[in-house]
Design a protein around this ligand. Structure first.
Ligand code: DGL
Length: 267
């Protein structure tokens, strides 16, 4: 048993989509979220830069006493996870990978699309995973151009934001795909817009949030690190940007917490 918090880290706001899934799945666990904010977006940056940011983030989370770190960022995972795991080999560090496996295993048309950042799609880690599961599946890779900026820029999406999403997603519609994998943790916040473009074409949108939450649970069990049952969890928010940005993380998380609470009531 261990009531210390779990640290969740991302380049910015996106990892809150993972934070949300962990909270829903493990409601007794306290969480500390670190949204870099200062160096976001990571997508077009070098591996060295991203590794340095990720290292600073883990150091900061450890100063706050976390028992485990979830790198809630596909880009930072592809760039830095091996380095982080070798530097902090005594602590479980969970990474994020696009849900290529479930998409490849369930596609009927044998064609899937993966939306992610430039860095993730070009990484060895992604290419290895794609090659492993996509023997008879064609994987269409697409950078979600402008998506991270949309999520960082505002919380309410209108026609302008829809247009940015439509420009990227619509060209996929005549490619014969039946799965769209969201390979960046910012993208689940754009899911309503992505699904609006897809309409009723029977294309399933998949992200990795729930699978990561299950993996976190599995590791907590394995290392006997679960919080006490019925414990009152605490939520803390950190950033390398300014107080205004930190407040934005708090507000966004509040909305997610309210939705999670409603979800429980309806169950
Ligand atoms: N949320 C991130 C990811 O999952 C990073 C986006 C970015 O900073 O470019 O890839």
């Amino acid at each position: 048993m261990n009531n210390a918090p779990i640290g969740v880290y991302d380049s910015g706001i996106g990892g809150l989509s993972v934070w949300d899934q962990i909270h829903r799945h493990l409601p007794d666990e306290s969480l500390i979220y670190l949204g870099d904010g200062k160096n976001c977006p990571y997508g077009g940056r070098s591996r060295e830069d991203i590794t340095r940011f990720a290292e600073e983030a883990v150091e900061e989370l450890l100063r706050h006493g976390v028992k485990m770190v979830v790198v809630g960022c596909n880009t930072a995972t592809t760039a830095a996870i091996e380095h982080l795991r070798s530097r902090w080999s005594e602590m479980p560090i969970v990474g994020l990978e696009p849900a290529v496996k479930p998409a490849c295993l369930t596609t009927q048309t044998h064609r899937i699309a993966v939306l992610a950042t430039e860095h993730s799609l070009a990484s060895d880690m992604f290419l290895r995973t794609a090659a492993r599961y996509s023997e008879d599946v064609e994987v269409v890779k697409v950078v979600g151009e402008g998506f991270v900026e949309l999520v960082e820029g505002c919380d309410e999406f209108g026609d302008k934001e829809y247009e940015v999403v439509r420009r990227v997603v619509e060209p996929l519609m005549d490619k014969g795909i039946d799965r769209v994998v969201l390979g960046c943790t910012h993208y689940p916040f754009l899911r309503p817009l992505i699904e609006r473009v897809i309409g009723n074409r029977g294309i399933e949108v998949i992200d990795s949030g729930a699978a990561v939450a299950r993996r976190v649970e599995w590791l907590l069990e394995r290392y006997d690190m679960r919080a006490e049952q019925g414990a009152t969890p605490t939520f803390e928010f950190l950033t390398f940007a300014d107080e205004e940005y930190r407040q934005r993380l708090v507000r966004k998380a509040d909305v997610l917490l309210a939705r999670a609470a409603n979800f429980d009531v309806r169950k």
